[in-house]
Design a protein around this ligand. Sequence first.
Ligand SMILES: [Zn+2]
Length: 291
Amino acid sequence: MPFKRSNGSKRAHQRACRACDEPVLSLSKYPVESVMHAEEAIFSALVGLVVGSFLNVCIHRLPKGESLVRPASRCPVCSVPIRWYDNIPVLSFLLLGGRCRGCGGRISWLYPAVEALTGMLFLLIMLRFGLGVRSIFLLIFICGLVVVTFIDLDHQIIPHAVTLPGILLGLIASFITGDPSPRDAAAGALVGAGLVYLVAVYAEVAFQRESMGGGDINLLAMIGAFLGWRQVLLSFFLAVGAGACLSLLLIATGVLSRKDRIPFGPFLALGAVVALFGGDDLINWYWQLLR
Ligand SMILES: [Zn+2]
C-alpha cells in the first residue's frame, strides 16, 4: 500500500504543540483539530479502561434485561459484592490471579480483555482523531461496537437497545461535526441496512436458512450512520471476507460443523474498526488499482 506523506516532513506523526511547542503524538497523516501530549494520551487510555469496566456490566446485564446501575458488581460465583479495590480495571484481575478474593472462584479472562481492548481503542481514537467533538462521538460508537461484539458472541443476539440509539446518535453527530455529512450519514445507514437485508433474503431463498437477522441490519445501519456510505460498504465486505475465511478454517479443522451458526456482528464490528482507521487509505488504494 503506497504511503504518501502529506507534508514531506520526515516525521509526519510527531508534531509540536502549537500552544507550548512540546512534541505531541498523532497517528494521523493529516492535520487534526487538536493533537495529544503524551500525558493526555495516557489519560485517554486510562479512561478507556474504566469505561471498559462499565461495558462489562452492559455486556452481562443487557441481554438479561437487568439494570445497568444497581446492584453493584458481584462475584459471578459466590455473588458477594466486589469491593472497589478489587474492581480496578485489569490490575485487580492480575493481582488476584483471576480469582475472587472471597470464594477463590475463577473470574473469566474476558473481563480484563474487554477493559484492555476498550483502553486500547480509546487511545487509538484519540491519537488518530485528536481532541475534538468527533472523537467524543467516535468513542461512544466504539463502546457500542464492543458491547455488541461480546453480547453477540455469547448470546447470538444484537440488542436493539444499543443499535437503535446508535443509529440516531450517528445521524445527530453528522449534523454537529459534518464528518461524514448528514446526507452521507443517512445514505450510510440506508446502504448498511439494505445491504444486510438483501443478503439475508438471498441466503434464505438460496440456502433455505437464516444467515443474518434484524440485529445485523441495525448494526450495519449504525455503522453507516457514523462512517458514511463508502466506509459502510468497506466494513461489510471486510466482514464478509473475514467471516468467510474464519468459518472455512473452523469447519476445515473440525471445530465447527456446517450447521453451526457463526455470529456475524463481531465481524461487522471488526470491519467497522478497520474502515474507521484505514478506510480512506484502503478505498484510495482500491480506486488506484481500478484505474
Ligand atoms: Zn466469589
